[in-house]
Design a protein around this ligand. Structure first.
Ligand SMILES: NC(=O)c1ccc[n+]([C@@H]2O[C@H](COP(=O)([O-])OP(=O)(O)OC[C@H]3O[C@@H](n4cnc5c(N)ncnc54)[C@H](O)[C@@H]3O)[C@@H](O)[C@H]2O)c1
Length: 363
């Protein structure tokens, strides 16, 4: 890799100005590490809307138009629909730009290999961001594990309930590519939102050696199925086991400024347990992190548990990384492929009736 840290503000472009731009952009506001020089989206309405944030930036309908304009760009914040990730990243690396891509990296290993090869050949960086790794209650949860206060970890549980009421509006055009993903066997709960849960598992406890899964389907509107109820269990190479259940509660209301999702992470050790009570939405009005030890509950009441802050901090990490080149990228392209393998092992196990699959064995 021929990366040289930047000593001046990074010249950045946004590619894709849809729903999630509202959160990714928080890393770029008031940040001396970066100068936003371009906004790219085929939608004229989106370009006009986002131009208000960056009056000095130039706008383009496509990455090709930006590349042809001669405007100097160092890095691109890629917020494209998932079906466009693979071809989009190949194109952007080809222009010589570093890429910060929204998860998931792509749908299959063949595309992932092409993307990693392209990054290597271009000498540019490919990062696949996961904001959950910057959500303060989860960061503190990891600290509770690594400090040893819980004792040796004996197991853990992730819970995710997708609800149909509450939260912000999602454009119909976003659902169109989500449905395309579902028809392609990459459901929104397991593969899209679920990516974060698989990612946090690897972040917490390292590589996975075996996955067993049972992926269910529920029709929510005629012709549209969602991938719940689903249960996944796995074992890390260090012997720790995890369990993740995905449930649909379509009529349940959840208060949220973003998507509605009732999420929980609970890690049990020999001496106690630690639990993150919520993340994307504000379902349970308990402290976002609780640690139980020796008959007493320690509750965290002052964490920055606004989910949007995790996008701000993930993006800042990337922009600061471009100035230092130090520390974990969270995630590099290679690490993102480990998460992809974990997800694909879920499908492979389900196809084999729930028997064990080693993610590393997938071709
Ligand atoms: N980290 C998270 O929790 C999280 C949450 C939601 C979405 N995401 C990810 O963010 C990405 C975008 O999701 P979204 O919900 O914002 O989607 P969206 O449909 O709301 O926005 C996508 C935007 O991309 C634009 N676009 C389409 N083709 C383009 C092209 N060739 N060049 C430039 N722009 C193009 C569309 O016009 C649209 O404005 C996806 O990868 C998704 O998985 C991540």
């Amino acid at each position: 890799m021929s990366f040289t840290p930047y000593e001046r503000p990074v010249r950045a472009a946004f590619l894709g100005l849809g729903r999630i731009y509202d959160l990714n952009v928080r890393a770029y506001f008031d940040n001396p590490d970066v100068e936003v020089v371009a906004l790219v989206d085929p939608s004229e309405d989106r370009r006009a809307q986002r131009q208000a944030d960056w009056p000095a930036a130039r706008t383009f309908a496509s990455a090709a138009e930006l590349a042809a304009s001669g405007l100097e760009v160092d890095a691109v914040e890629v917020l494209l629909p998932i079906p466009l990730h693979a071809e989009g990243v190949l194109e952007l690396l080809g222009y010589g730009w570093h890429v910060n891509l929204q998860k998931p990296i792509c749908n299959d290993l063949a595309d992932a290999t092409r993307m990693l090869d392209a990054a290597k050949a271009s000498g540019r960086l490919l990062r696949v961001m996961d904001n959950y790794l910057f959500y303060e209650p989860l960061v503190k949860l990891k600290e509770a594990v690594t400090s040893g206060e819980l004792g040796e970890v004996t197991g853990y549980h992730l819970k995710m309930v997708a609800s149909g009421r509450g939260g912000w509006d999602v454009p119909g055009s976003t659902y169109e590519w989500q449905f395309q993903q579902m028809r392609h066997g990459r459901g929104t709960l397991v593969f899209d939102d679920g990516w974060h849960k698989l990612s946090t598992a690897i972040w917490l406890f390292g590589p996975i050696r075996e996955v067993r899964a049972w992926v269910g389907m529920t029709e929510v509107i005629p012709g549209i199925e969602v991938d719940a109820p689903t249960t996944v269990v796995w074992e890390h190479q260090n012997g720790i086991r995890g369990v993740w259940d995905i449930t649909l509660a379509i009529d349940m209301y959840l208060r949220s400024d973003y998507y509605t999702n009732d999420e929980r992470w609970e890690i049990t050790g020999r001496r106690g347990y630690a639990r993150v009570n919520r993340c994307t939405s504000r379902g349970i009005q308990q402290p976002s992190l609780e640690v139980y030890l020796d008959g007493a509950m320690h509750s965290y009441h002052a964490l920055d548990d606004d989910w949007a802050s995790s996008f701000r901090d993930s993006g800042r990490h990337w922009l600061s990384w471009l100035h230092t080149g130090h520390g974990p990228m969270l995630w590099s392209g290679t690490e993102a492929v480990d998460v992809l393998r974990f997800a694909l092992a879920v499908y492979a196990s389900d196809a084999k009736g729930g028997t064990g699959v080693d993610p590393a064995s997938l071709e």
